[in-house]
Design a protein around this ligand. Structure first.
Ligand code: 6SB
Length: 323
């Protein structure tokens, strides 16, 4: 399971938790403007926007999980098992394989308005990257500084939803996730008002009682409600330090601790949490065992180069010993 998040203070921030029971050797990868992007069914993009994000590199190709381009447009793929349905190639359509979708969007577009216009002709085609990387069932959150959308290729076709929460988790489909939010409209950051019965006395014996009923389990529907409540009520200072701290705290509200979700003989954990300052092009992350924030600034690289630059994750704890 995963949680994606878009958040604005002074700057705009975008990132996600990647929750899984194993990792694919992902790296923070910068793609400069002249990296040759091949597409299976479209002409190559030989110049495009530069981008930074988390990717597994296979045969020199960046398989992006999430990323941001130099214009501040961002995108993340999250698991969508049982619902994702990719299509055969369709003539007259823009046929993009799921693994090409992030570079196709981030390489060419600056705003959600532009993305929406291009999605009208999109067909997410059922082509896998290789034997080692079969099709994986995903849906996506795409954000610019002012708005987010969710893209789902399901049985009935391509669905594009406005996402007023700037949050995405996994199943069910986004229309149902949104509908479920109705069940939480009574939740509040303030102490509860007594509406239960005129004949009974109640005591607000603790702070935080206004949000009793907010789910705390790790299912995707529950993480959605939890992350939306936390994000929509979130209060942050505008500095970089305050903003990224708040961002990681919001992601933390939906993070997975080893031992609570069993997958066979393993446990699902939050492998990494990312937070990209999309105005500055700085990609920050933490990992399950490294609580220190590590950063990669795309503008420190030569963005007119041809070759990708990949930074392996710093995965061990960095402890600031005082004696
Ligand atoms: C598994 C992850 C979602 C985490 C999650 O939700 N885990 C719950 C599992 S469960 O639902 O509990 O069983 C997703 C998120 C992004 C994905 C990569 C995107 C690029 C590329 C796309 C290609 O087409 C296939 C290979 C590829 C490397 C993808 C592998 C994998 O699919 C990644 C890591």
């Amino acid at each position: 399971m995963c949680t994606g998040l878009s958040f604005t203070t002074h700057d705009h921030y975008f990132g996600r938790n990647l929750d899984l029971e194993f990792s694919y050797n992902e790296t923070v990868t910068v793609i400069p403007r002249n990296f040759q992007f091949e597409f299976r069914k479209l002409a190559p993009l030989s110049t495009h926007f530069a981008m930074v994000g988390m990717a597994t590199i296979s045969d020199g190709y960046p398989l992006y999980y999430d990323g941001t381009n130099e214009k501040g447009l961002s995108m993340a793929g999250l698991n969508f098992p049982g619902n994702a349905d990719y299509k055969p190639e369709a003539h007259g359509k823009t046929n993009v394989a799921p693994f090409e979708f992030v570079p196709w969007v981030l390489g060419q577009f600056e705003t959600i308005a532009e993305v929406k216009a291009a999605l009208v002709d999109l067909n997410l085609v059922d082509i896998q990257f290789s034997e080692n990387f079969p099709l994986s069932p995903l849906h996506w959150i795409i954000s610019d500084k002012t708005q987010s959308i969710t893209v789902e290729s399901v049985k009935s076709g391509l669905r594009v939803y406005d996402n007023p929460y700037g949050v995405l988790t996994n199943n069910p489909t986004f229309d149902i996730q949104s509908f479920n939010m109705n069940n939480y409209m009574h939740l509040s950051i303030d102490p509860p008002e007594k509406n239960f019965s005129r004949e009974l006395e109640f005591d607000t014996y603790s702070r935080g009682m206004g949000a009793i009923g907010l789910p705390g389990d790790l299912s995707s529907a529950s993480r959605f409600a939890k992350a939306v409540f936390t994000k929509m009520n979130s209060v942050s200072g505008e500095s970089e330090s305050e903003s990224i701290s708040q961002f990681f705290q919001i992601l933390g509200s939906a993070a997975q601790q080893r031992g609570c979700v069993r997958i066979g003989d393993k446990f699902e954990i939050t492998i990494y949490s990312s937070c990209c300052n999309t105005d500055k092009g700085i990609y920050y992350y933490t990992t399950y065992e490294n609580s220190q924030i590590t950063g990669v600034d795309m503008r420190q690289e030569d963005l007119d180069a041809n070759d990708l630059v990949a930074y392996p994750l710093v995965k061990g704890q960095q402890i600031n010993m005082m004696n």
